[in-house]
Ligand binder design. Sequence first.
Ligand code: ADP
Ligand code: MG
Length: 731
Amino acid sequence: MPPRPRRPAVAAATSTRASEAVPGASPASRSKPKPRPEPTSPGERLGLRSDWDYALHLPLHYIDETRLTAIAALREGHAAVVQARVVLAEVAGGVRKQLRVQVEDASGQLELRFFHFYANWARQYAVGKLLRIRGEPRAGLFGMEMVHPTCHVARADEPMPDRLTPIYPAAAGISQAWLRKAIASARARLDAHEWLPAALLAQRQLPDIASTLDMLHAPTPEVSLATLQDRSHPAWQRVKFDELLAQQLAQQQARARRATLRAWPMAAQRGSQSLTRRLLEVLPFTLTPDQQSCVAEIAADLRREQPMHRLLQGDVGSGKTVVAALAATQAIDAGFQCALMAPTDILASQHLRKLADWLAPLGVQVAWLSGAQARRERAAALAAASSGTSQLVVGTHAVIQDKVNFARLGLAIVDEQHRFGVAQRLSLRAKGGEGTQEPSAARSGQPVREPHLLMMSATPIPRTLAMAVFGDLDVSTIAHLPPGRSPVQTRVFSDARRDAVIARVRELLAAGRQVYWVCPLVEDSEVLDLRNAEATYAELQVALSGDGARGEGEDARVGLLHGRMPAAQKAQVMADFACARLRLLVATTVIEVGVDVPAATLMVIEHAERFGLSQLHQLRGRVGRGAEASECLLLFSAPLSDLARARLQALRDSGDGFVLAQKDLELRGPGELLGQRQSGLQALRHADLQTDTALLDAAREAAIWLLRHDPPAARQHLQRWLGGRLDWLAA
Ligand code: ADP
Ligand code: MG
């Protein structure tokens, strides 16, 4: 049976390294990222350091080399081990040189063929030598043959292995033989005494750790290979349980640690002069019930003396910004500063515009911080943040740089939080500022005060995943879009029908609408034959000239926006599109998040097959923001992979971010769904959150029990499983 396709364990291991390379794992540290030196040993390249790391590097599958097969009994396509003597070895010429080795046992002859070989192999496999050969036989011209079998010269009395041979996840240049030896010697050094209470294991019918490792690394031939390979074997259950238990323990601990932290409580001011009240009065809409309950949950958090640690999730366009603004007004009303950080210039400046529109007329001082801004402007913003004159600071990563100091930061808001790493969130939390600490006389022994933290995400996370990964996070959800939105009609077109799509664009432009046209890459790539934004821009300018895309003799009304443009130019293009000076915007995925132009009612996405499901959904969320019916046309170029087809179909059939997130989870596994340096997930190399939910429940129960009744075992378990990776679970 072939091994079940899984998230590649190797990739998981290396991405764990990447996340560890992010410094600032403790809130106090503000050092710049120092890349770790390139790992040198083969083990390190797989993310293996301690003996336990090696012991827990588990096989992908196994091969049975415990029995010899007679040549006459070989079956085509069935891998087998043969022991036979060389009767002929020659390098055959022709267009491609090959090494042919004819071997013979008591039952018959077999031909081995090598197209890649070293010159000395012909000598090594000389006539008369006894070889042990493993390979997959196929029918050749002259009977059975094996192409590129593994073989070695065998002693006549060489014993057969009595265990199945494990095949480990490896990487280029790392041989199975090396891995087997390294893992075996690590296991020999290991103290594999059971550390979990016997009762806990017995109750869940899980084997002890020593027999688990033995079973997984060196199963005896009578074990059902099927249960090993589909990972339903009790030994696999134990490994997955352990992994989930470690994660649940870490989360419980993080929660306990967080309970010792302090923030300043911010009483909700509802008086008529309060900012919150005045903002509610000037809003051009009323909050939906979902928004109201999110606002209430956040307000209650802010009133507590413990720092808020909450995720506000809601589909694209669900109206998270106003909820964030109301959190900000509560903080400002209470005399604190608020910082809002977003991953891109475009998104951050959208927030700036929206928040400034709402809050500046109410007298709130808003500052803007971005890597792209002019030095003088930046200096002024920094001064306003550190003196406390600006009550709200909006920006990109620039907000968390060393030079940025706040006088009295009480609330930090992070939009599209999955775009940020753990270290970045931590450094935001460490920016409270002198004004938020106790007066120095009273400070000794007082806990450090941290700002409250509100994270926002438009990638809705399915419940099981949220529970597993964010056990230590409170979640508020905006489940329904504001009223008056018409659903976006989505259609899928082959690139062969590009003309029809362009015709539709022309039609809508003539009717006075605005259009997004999204392309995946900016410049021609040698590798991928992608239409690039610039070429498309030129193409559409020509195709649409003279019929509505141009104003009366003015500039063309087609704009281009891509990631490599200077920030100021990007901002100008966005502003032109927002005020309809530009009618068609050709853009790369820089518009992916946060852009809000309600008059745009059509989005064309080129090479939709190259995008991920949630990315497509996010993109599509840019239209359907007004009352007008909107549509999204997904252009693909054939042939479509099954996965890409499934994605496009899912998108066509559903506009619900939660449904699509669930679908995405099914199609891709949780790793990608949560983004790069997401907490905890990299730790899950064995368990599968879709199929192992029962184990997850058991692990959570066990974690609570262990922390209460056997803290040393809990500590040992965490050390074994997570080792140095504990820090980033806490963020
Ligand atoms: P997202 O959750 O994607 O950040 P936004 O906060 O940008 O969404 O909101 C999307 C649009 O919906 C904005 O134009 C916003 O002003 C509008 N909006 C937000 N809440 C409501 C509401 N309760 N009623 C009507 N429109 C709303
Ligand atoms: Mg938003």
